[in-house]
Every structure is written in structure tokens, then in C-alpha cells.
Design a protein around this ligand. Sequence first.
Ligand SMILES: N[C@@H](CCC(=O)N[C@@H](CS)C(=O)NCC(=O)O)C(=O)O
Length: 213
Amino acid sequence: MTLVLTTYDWVPDFPRGFVRDIRVRWMLEELGRPYRVETVPLRDKSPDHVAQQPFAQVPFIRDGDLTLFESGAILLHLAEGTVLMPQAQRPHVQQWLIAALNSVEPFVLAWIVNKVFDKDEAGAARREPMMRRRLAQLQAALGGRDWLAGDGFTVADLLMADILRIPAQNGFLDDLHGLAAYVERATGRPAFGKAMADHLAHWRAADEKAGAA
Ligand SMILES: N[C@@H](CCC(=O)N[C@@H](CS)C(=O)NCC(=O)O)C(=O)O
């Protein structure tokens, strides 16, 4: 049965490229798993939406009988038994995936929320050193390796690199060459390119639909 990925029906320009359906799309492209996209309204959150994502957010998926929310849980589910979760590295893949969600993303989010959503420059400036420290620590932990867990690209790299796209695009990796190269290595994968093209095409189609309405 084709997997169903749910994202928003439309979003404004600024989050495009970053709405978290992108990480699920990327994963599905890596695995060569077909999927189709359904949408929920960005505004007017319905009880049905909340029944599937209790915080009225996206993404969530339906995979056969299973409905799953939280991008990290979705990625873990999809990775199970695949090359993106090699059995020998499983504990370390899980460790780095949780580190991405719990030890890196909160610092990136705190900065971006201040900077972009709240337009609070002073707040963003206060958050910046903490984010920079985490990024430097991450680069040190990566050392000279290509990937975080084992020799190959795993689901932990997919998630970490996706999270790092925000600091990368905002110049915070300009003096962290190892981490910048890591993000480029990950996002240079054909699966990411395809996922991003489809993600952006989804918003363009949404614009056209809104224009036609
Ligand atoms: N921890 C959740 C976060 C989901 C999340 O923040 N989704 C955003 C889009 S990327 C959203 O729906 N924002 C709108 C809202 O919170 O109302 C996950 O990783 O799935």
C-alpha cells in the first residue's frame, strides 16, 4: 500500500524548503519508496488533523494501518531494516538521531524563532553563542569522519544535515568547514535534490490553486 505523507495545503514563502515534510520526503527518496501527499489546512486546524497529530502540526504519515507523527519517529520507523539503519551501528545511529533532535535542533530553533518569527534581533543575538557552541562541538565530534555513525550515510545524518541547513544558510558554518562540508555531502545526494524539488513544486502548485480559486 502506498505510503501517505501529510503536509500543509499552503505555506508562505519563508518556511518553504524547511517545512518538515522535506525530511520525510528525503528519507522516502533514499529508500526508493513510493508515496503520495495529502494536505491539511495551515489555518483552520480540524479535529481530524488533531486526531492524527495532537499538536496540530505536520508532518505525519499513514503507512498501511499505522499513523505516525513526529518527524524523528517517522524517520526511525522508515529506517528500520534498511541500509539507513545498519544493524551493527543501530545504537549509535539512534544516539545521533536523538542528539540531532534534542541537542542540536533546539538551539537552532531558538535562534530562528527569535530571528525570523519574532523578529527579535536582541533575542536572536542572545541565542547565537549557544547555537555556535553546539555547532562547534558537533564539528569536533564528527572529526575527520564523513558520517556520524559508522562508515556510511544513515538516517542520523539525514536528520542532522536537514537541521543544519538553517545555520548553513545563515552563515554559521562559514568558519566550520568540516560541518559545512558534511552538510554539502549529505544534501548533495540525489535523493535530497529530488525531495527538495518535489517539496518546492508542492508549494508552487498550492500558489496556482490559490490563484485559481
Ligand atoms: N517535533 C515535530 C515538530 C513539527 C513542527 O514543528 N511542524 C511545523 C512545520 S515544520 C508546524 O506544523 N508548524 C505549524 C504549527 O505549529 O502550527 C516534528 O519534528 O514533527
